[in-house]
Structures are given as structure tokens and as C-alpha cells.
Design a protein around this ligand. Structure first.
Ligand code: ADP
Ligand code: MG
Length: 291
């Protein structure tokens, strides 16, 4: 590798909004044939809003918003931010939670006004011995757009909150560019299968891994590598860091968390997914001049 060619590549990268950790990074792009994309914050904006509130029979909607909102106020997850903001808007001031615990990929748990509160995926509730009722009249079902999380306190499921996020305007074009380079896009998310599949269909991805726990994202990358695929991973979250490090090439969204940026080989400064394709094309071209 001639240093001059690599310098040109990295200088051009900076112009495009790509930060490259070191010239040796470019070498890994040579064989990449698969690009694994995190959903929330990478393919979608990650700016979710609270769209629906469902209070089970006997539950006061305001109380549901107050307790769930208070707990989520302490979390930085995009789902949590949407719930805290929506609850503050609809229910007024939120109390400060006592105990608070983040359960990665599942939700949050803590105490608010002396109640033991849980907000998250059904698995979070069932693990605490709380029954999640099968869909009842008026409750959002699997076809409801967005991400529905369950709220429980003092051992009983009390209702659901539905937040929705939008696909980034640039994502379908980004997927087309990746395909044009001969790369296979794959969607990887902790979110529900129905949500993941509707996002995948909207942007043009056929291969989907959904309901994957944060610590299991890295295993999906390993499994693809074991199949002989050379994997680039694009992500923004703390929960993507291990997968970014495991991938043959890790691309972090510059708009994401420090943990993702530290784990990645490249940073897409503006968080524009189209630049992922530019980065791979630039690296290939730079290497081409080296030969
Ligand atoms: P992604 O892989 O798309 O970035 P995560 O792994 O961070 O998503 O989260 C997966 C799912 O876990 C979310 O879609 C949501 O249902 C649930 N979840 C995670 N954090 C929270 C939270 N703070 N409050 C409620 N639900 C949460
Ligand atoms: Mg994410």
C-alpha cells in the first residue's frame, strides 16, 4: 500500500463526511458483500413520537402516562424519550422516579410514587411474573404501525403505549446504492418482527433479523461470517457496539452514541446512510489505485 494513495482516499473521505480511523481500515472493504443495518436511528430517524395510549379497563389513562413517563424520563432510549415527552405533554408534570434500572433491549424498571413500574416488551413483564393479556378490544394489535410497549405496576399489566418513528427520507436511495455495488442489505433490530418487516419493505430490504437482544446482535454478525460472508455493519447505539467491532467493517452513525463511534472503523459524520455506499465505493477505488 502506498501511503500517498491512502492519504488521497482519507482526504476525499473527509470531504464526503466520512472519518476513517486509519488507512488500514480500507483493506477490509475489499471483500465486503453484506451490509447489516441497525433499524432505529440508522434506517429510521430515531425521532419517535407517542401516537397511542391504551389504558386497560380500570386503569386511569393519566396515571398510566404519569408513571410510565416518569420512569422513561430517566432513560435515553429513543422509545423512552418519545414516551417521556408525550406523557409530560398530556399528563403535565412528571414525578421523579425513586429506583431506576435500564434493561437493555427490553425496557425499564423502577419505582415511581411507591409503585413498582415496568415499561417495555412483553418479555420484560413475563420475566417479572406478570401476565400480558392477549389482545383485547381497543388495544393495539400486531398490525398497528409503530412500536407498542407494555406498562405494568404492582404486578399487573395496565395498558400499552405506541410510539412511531419514520424511515429516513434518504434510506431507500441508500439501499439502492448499496445494491448497485453488489452488496446485500440486511436489517437487524431488537424491535418486533412486524415493525421490522414493514420498515424493510419500505426501504427495499429482503433479509430481516428482528427481536434480537442487544447482546445477540454480535452473534448475528458472527453467524453471517461463519456462512462465509464478509460483513459491514452500520449502527448508532450502545447496543450496536459489539456488532460494529465484530464486523469486517464497522460504520458508525456520527449522530449516534460515543460507544458506537468508538467501536466503528469509519464514522458517517452527518448520519446520512447514503454515505455508507460512498464510503465503500471510495475505499474500493482507493485500493484500486494502489494495485
Ligand atoms: P434497535 O435494535 O431497533 O435499536 P433496541 O434493541 O434498543 O432497538 O430495543 C428493542 C426493543 O426493546 C424496543 O423496540 C422496545 O420495544 C424495547 N425497549 C428498549 N428500551 C426501552 C425503553 N426504555 N422503554 C420501553 N421499551 C424499550
Ligand atoms: Mg439503533
Amino acid at each position: 500500500a502506498t501511503p500517498t494513495a491512502l492519504m488521497v482516499g482519507t482526504g476525499r473521505g473527509a470531504q464526503l463526511g466520512i472519518l476513517i480511523k486509519g488507512p488500514e481500515v480500507l483493506e477490509s472493504t475489499r471483500r465486503v458483500d453484506t451490509v447489516v443495518l441497525d433499524k432505529t436511528g440508522t434506517v429510521t430517524t430515531g425521532r419517535m413520537t407517542l401516537r397511542r395510549v391504551y389504558a386497560a379497563e380500570g386503569t386511569d389513562e393519566r396515571e398510566l402516562l404519569r408513571l410510565a413517563g416518569a420512569l422513561e424520563h430517566a432513560s435515553e432510549h429513543p422509545v423512552a424519550r418519545a414516551i417521556a415527552a408525550g406523557a409530560a405533554e398530556r399528563a403535565g408534570g412528571l414525578p421523579a422516579p425513586g429506583h431506576f434500572e435500564n434493561v437493555p433491549g427490553l425496557g425499564v424498571r423502577g419505582t415511581v410514587d411507591g409503585h413498582d413500574v415496568l415499561v417495555g416488551r412483553p418479555a420484560l413483564l413475563t420475566a417479572a411474573g406478570i401476565d400480558v393479556p392477549a389482545a383485547s378490544a381497543g388495544a393495539p394489535g400486531p398490525d398497528t404501525p409503530g412500536t407498542t410497549v407494555h406498562v405494568a405496576w404492582d404486578g399487573r399489566a395496565r395498558g400499552t403505549l405506541t410510539v412511531a418513528d419514520a424511515v429516513k427520507e434518504t434510506s431507500p436511495e441508500a439501499i439502492r446504492r448499496l445494491r448497485a455495488l453488489g452488496l446485500t442489505p440486511v436489517l437487524l433490530t431488537g424491535d418486533a418482527t412486524a415493525v421490522a418487516e414493514s420498515v424493510a419493505a419500505e426501504v427495499g430490504i429482503d433479509e430481516v433479523y428482528a427481536e434480537v437482544l442487544p447482546e445477540d446482535k454480535v452473534d448475528v454478525v458472527k453467524r453471517l461470517q461463519a456462512e462465509g460472508r464478509s460483513v459491514a455493519m452500520v449502527g448508532d447505539g450502545v447496543n450496536d457496539a459489539a456488532a460494529l467491532a465484530q464486523a469486517d467493517l464497522g460504520l458508525a452513525m456520527g449522530t449516534g452514541t460515543d460507544a458506537a463511534i468508538e467501536a466503528g472503523d469509519l464514522t458517517l459524520v452527518r448520519g446520512d446512510l447514503r454515505v455508507a455506499a460512498d464510503a465503500i465505493r471510495l475505499a474500493r477505488r482507493t485500493l484500486g489505485t494502489i494495485k
